[in-house]
Design a protein around this ligand. Structure first.
Ligand SMILES: Cc1ncc(COP(=O)(O)O)c(C=O)c1O
Length: 339
């Protein structure tokens, strides 16, 4: 079986083998060298202080919310899918006053500017960079960063299924992501990039308190036990990704998407200009049948989410996936599925 899922993804052998060893004691010099190597590599992926902590994508997002938003603060949430709704739910659990702006597709920078003018002062704007439930990526973020800054707000971004295969412009205050999607490692590490000081006044559980992580790149002393096997795998996958170069890594994913969107005759969920590099989504009349046909051909794909559960099929192209795999997937779907 090959996993063409939105994550966890099909991992190459060299990444799996890297994790298959006795975890070192995390206070040992041996482990600190590995941690340094991973954090140095992370710094080549995005600016700011990199944080690698135990957890998954949800934990990374909740950690971002709890460290950068205080109860009672107003926050604008731009929502165009299920993970945007979850981000808003996280903010509500923090006690923030959330302005939920539901849109069909990522709004243009001038629309964000206009919405912020109407909203009045907000502490932060939050959004999902790569909306996994819809196969939609926010491509126009560079100008959105400037707009949000011009309103004096922080920009907090969930890029759990985007980074580093879906390009992310520099200058975002906080990015939350995870190990098991485009970072091409097993689940178990929540990853953040901090370009602003954590600003929570209280109410952050110790395991989620980012202040404990700020000095890790220099001291290599993690506050608690880190996800050691995942860090071994991340060292191998980052070596590979950076060896290719970030631009080429993103381009490879885009090429895979072109095979899929060029071959599958079902109606795509995203408009061409919003297509994610990592997850494709198509409307499908019989999702169960399509998933079974793919399974019979050796591929695991995924149904839609929320109200699209029985209407959409999603295919991830991250990890050990070839263009031949995707040509085969298109053939199978074209034989069994209708829009
Ligand atoms: C955009 C996005 N945010 C958050 C999450 C939650 O991540 P996890 O399931 O690893 O907790 C996911 C998972 O698919 C995601 O795609």
């Amino acid at each position: 079986m090959k996993y063409l899922t939105p994550g966890p993804i099909q991992l190459p052998d060299f990444v799996l083998k890297a994790a298959y060893r006795q975890p070192a004691f995390h206070r040992s010099d041996e482990f600190k060298q590995t941690l340094k190597s991973v954090l140095d590599k992370m710094s080549k992926v995005y600016g700011g202080t990199p944080v690698v902590m135990p957890g998954t994508g949800t934990l990374a997002v909740d950690t971002m919310v709890y460290n950068y938003v205080n109860p009672g603060e107003r926050v604008l949430a731009i929502i165009f899918g299920e993970f945007g709704k979850r981000l808003a739910a996280s903010l509500k659990s923090r006690g923030a006053e959330v302005i939920e702006w539901e849109v069909e597709a990522p709004p243009a920078p001038d629309e964000v500017d206009d919405r912020l003018r109407r909203a009045g002062p907000v502490a932060a704007v939050v959004l999902v960079h790569n909306e996994t439930s819809m196969g939609i990526a926010y491509k126009d973020l560079a100008k959105v960063i400037d707009v949000v800054k011009s309103h004096g707000a922080l920009l907090l971004v969930d890029s759990v299924s985007g980074m580093p295969a879906e390009p992310l412009p520099p200058g975002i205050d906080v990015v939350a992501t995870a190990s098991h999607k485009a970072f091409m490692a097993p689940p178990g590490a929540a990853i953040l990039f901090l370009n602003a000081e954590p600003r929570a006044k209280a109410g952050v559980p110790p395991a989620m308190d980012l202040r404990g992580y700020l000095k890790v790149p220099s001291t290599l002393d993690t506050p608690y036990t880190p996800p050691i096997p995942v860090i071994y795998s991340l060292e191998a996958s980052l070596e590979y990704i950076l060896g290719l170069g970030l631009a080429r890594y993103a381009e490879i994913h885009k090429e895979r998407m072109d095979v899929l969107y060029g071959g599958v005759k079902l109606r795509p969920v995203p408009k061409p200009e919003h297509r994610s590099n990592t997850v494709a989504a198509f409307y499908c009349n019989d999702v169960k049948l399509a998933l079974k046909a793919l399974r019979d051909a050796g591929y695991v794909a995924s149904a839609g989410m929320g109200h699209l559960k029985d209407k959409v099929i999603r295919i991830g192209v991250m990890g050990d996936v070839s263009k031949d795999d995707l040509t085969k997937v298109a053939e199978v779907l074209n034989n069994v599925a209708r829009e």
